[in-house]
Design a protein around this ligand. Structure first.
Ligand code: SF4
Length: 93
């Protein structure tokens, strides 16, 4: 499957960026608002923001692409942090 045919959750309308509390600030997480990301016991699973480019399901009936995938991926790879970053309270806008 070529990159342009692949499903990237990052390019899906239902993939949302959220902040969750950490010990000394906030961390960025992503959630699927269609509820498709689950832990083994069934609770919702959030992924670390910096891993979002790796979420590429083989198929998804709820996939709602947001725009040109090639451009989007280029921009995402340029701007995505390389590790989990804690946003201290001073940095939160
Ligand atoms: S709806 Fe499907 S493609 Fe969209 S974020 Fe959820 S799992 Fe990914």
């Amino acid at each position: 499957m070529s990159e342009s045919e692949r499903i990237y959750c990052a390019n899906c309308m239902r993939c949302k960026l959220v902040q969750t509390e950490a010990d000394n600030g906030h961390v960025l997480r992503v959630r699927c608002t269609a509820g498709l990301w689950k832990k083994k016991l069934g609770e919702e699973k959030l992924y670390k923001y910096f891993t979002i480019a790796r979420r590429t399901p083989d198929e998804c009936e709820f996939y709602e692409p947001m725009g040109d995938l090639k451009e989007f991926l280029k921009e995402l790879k340029r701007s995505l942090p390389v590790r989990d970053e804690v946003i201290t309270h001073q940095k939160v806008i």
